[in-house]
Design a binder for this molecule. Sequence first.
Ligand code: EPZ
Length: 416
Amino acid sequence: MDKIIVEGGRSLKGQVRISGAKNAALPILVSSLLAEGSNTYSNVPHLQDIESIKSLLCNLGARAEAHGDTVHVDTGRILSCEAPYDLVRKMRASILVLGPMLACLQKAVVSLPGGCAIGARPINLHLKGLAQLGADIHLEHGYVRAEAKKLTGADIYFDTVTVTGTENLMMAAVLAEGTTVLRNAAREPEVIALAEVLSKMGADIQGAGTAVITINGVTSLKPVSVRIIPDRIETGTFMIAAALTHGDVTLVDCNPEHVRASIHKLRRAGVKITTAENTIHVHGNDEIFSVDVETQPYPGFPTDMQAQFMVLMCVANGTSMISETIFENRFIHVSELERMGADIKISGHTAIVKGVPALSAAPVMATDLRASASLILAGLVAEGQTQVNRVYHLDRGYETIEKKFSQLGAAIKRIK
Ligand code: EPZ
């Protein structure tokens, strides 16, 4: 297993290009199942999760090949309607094939994704919505077996805001008969991006980006050529890296509108940030102030930025309260940060972070995608050499992160 070694103490300087958004690319690549023909997706990040979804699509009978950051997906005749366990267990977002397969094949057999490090991650709201559209759903032997002669529009209310739940139901409803209304829908930029792609394919969707999305079913869709939006979590991660190291970094090919909550909190922490249309300039201040944060669905502060922001608070002046309201077990990085000298107390869903003058390097272990990024960030400022193990978590969500950090002047290397 690869590990990453980081020598702390360097200020990051220069320019970094933000890659396409993993969590936009995944549902958009899956939407190719909704139309026959050849689709072109550009600005797709090179990530393990993207490889997983490509192999899943090929497993279903599609053809998917990449040329640079462009992926072509040709969905001639989709033959199989089964997403097997060994593919789904690698990446829970595979559950997104459920909606499109029901819409096009009237049948889907998808392995239950199971939980992961950060929580149980149920899909009950996906299944409840699909049943309302008329699907017959059975859970057996760890698989979801769903069938629907025809999907008909329904008025669906999500008890909890769910990103992939909203995306799954949107993709099931676009070819359903009649009108579907999704209430308490997720408002993330990735949901809007998917809705824009579906509309370009010929779907009739109103309200994406608000809590109520209305979808009027159409009879067929056509393939498209689209560009994936920038990754707002990678954007936030590099903003924090610049702030942590008191650096001077310009992020390009990003969208400042998608990271307003993170920019607000970083400015409150004393970080100087200026934005233009596709760039963000971060000038790390000498002093970092403690700021309280509570994760919320978009446009609130993202749960995927919680671990990274916590690292900044570990070396801030004062005490901050960080509350995680989305996932039940997303403080796994805390014990690793404590091994690096952080002063953090957990009380329920809240971490009380007391700033310390400096972190000290230690061998640490990555456990989930964003927690592993936070350990790299901690290594950038810890005195000494930090060794981050199990970086395969990192490779799922960050494109060549060590290359991007070393281009900014970090002393970082990957060892096989
Ligand atoms: C998406 O996961 C993202 N993944 C996650 O990013 C992100 O952390 C999460 O949204 C929250 O923003 C992708 O988009 C591929 P949810 P998702 O359904 O859709 C509960 C990363 O780092 N819930 O919005 O699986 C659930 O337990 C990943 O890239 C139900 O109870 O998250 C959670 O508490 C990690 N029943 C809350 O809703 C359901 O049927 C939000 O989950 C569905 C969800």
